[in-house]
Design a protein around this ligand. Structure first.
Ligand code: R5P
Length: 288
């Protein structure tokens, strides 16, 4: 088995190869001025090839994955595994308006057509509960960063209150709170647009509490901004943020700081300055 990495996450893929005790190599990528990509793989491949690619900024990456997977097959790889710590297009799991593409199903089938196995972390599964229903590959593994998040927070004193910003986060926050040995609450969210989000807190005593907001993914950051504002208005002494997938597009971090958020932490699923703990050993356990 060998891990094959794209140039955007060499440190993470090398850490995975080290944790899994296998070789590591690179796909060479050249971007032509017109946006097309030329890929070059090592010509002698192991029978089981693991392609490592987190699928933030996904559109170009999906095409490159297709080119890499098809080329690996022609070069002799018999088994192809995709390790995509962040799995894209999982949130659009239904046609909310007539004619809308159900991206989760389409992208899931696309990946299942290329790979024998797909391994990911905290995929955003809401109305579709099992990863294998979204990604019908022979093997589809959804890992969770929640235990690692719990360990990360366990050392903090005083024990923070864990708050999930919306109903969908309940699946993660309960586990994180258990690992951190603390209590949790789940807020509710109304999204009116990409950047228009309203968060309502459940009844609780927030006065003087140190709060850590926990979510699977932060994109525009507006969900966390809404939750942080509500918590500070309710008397919280401090609000920090912990997410699995740090997309933090455009001005997300500035908006979080303006809302009064202290620290922002994330796993290294998406390379970002907020990365605070690695996923290599979790991913390696799934490969084993
Ligand atoms: C959706 O429910 C997810 O769990 C996140 O809360 C959401 O994707 C975050 O998006 P944004 O950062 O753009 O508010």
């Amino acid at each position: 088995m060998r891990v094959l990495a794209f140039p955007d996450a060499v440190a993470q893929s090398r850490a995975l190869a080290d944790a899994a005790g296998c070789g590591h190599d690179l796909v060479e990528v050249h971007r032509f001025p017109d946006g097309e990509s030329r890929l070059r793989l090592p010509v002698s491949l192991d029978e089981h090839l693991v392609l490592y690619r987190s699928l933030d900024h996904p559109d170009a990456k999906l095409v490159e994955l297709m080119l890499a997977a098809e080329t690996a097959r022609t070069l002799g790889a018999r088994r192809l595994t995709l390790v995509a710590p962040y799995l894209c297009y999982m949130r659009q799991d239904a046609a909310f308006h007539p004619g809308e593409a159900v991206s989760q199903t389409i992208v899931g089938r696309f990946l299942a057509g290329l790979f024998d196995a797909v391994i990911t972390v905290d995929p955003h599964l809401h109305r579709v509960h099992r990863l294998s229903d979204a990604v019908p590959a022979s093997s589809a593994t959804a890992l969770s960063a929640a235990p690692a998040m719990g360990r990360f927070l366990a050392a903090r004193e005083p024990r923070p209150l864990i708050v999930g910003p919306d109903e969908e986060s309940a699946q993660w926050v309960a586990q994180v709170a258990e690992g951190a040995g603390t209590d949790y609450l789940v807020a509710s969210k109304a999204r009116h647009g990409d950047r228009e989000v309203q968060v309502s807190l459940p009844a609780g005593d927030y006065g003087g509490r140190e709060v850590v907001l926990v979510d699977d993914v932060a994109s525009t950051g507006r969900t966390l901004v809404g939750a942080a504002r509500a918590l500070l208005a309710a008397g919280a002494a401090r609000v920090d943020v912990l997410v699995t997938h740090a997309l933090f597009v455009d001005d997300a971090l500035e908006e979080l700081a303006a809302a009064g958020v202290g620290s922002v932490w994330s796993s290294d699923s998406v390379p970002h300055p907020s990365n605070a703990f690695p996923l290599a050993s979790l991913l390696a356990s799934a490969l084993a």
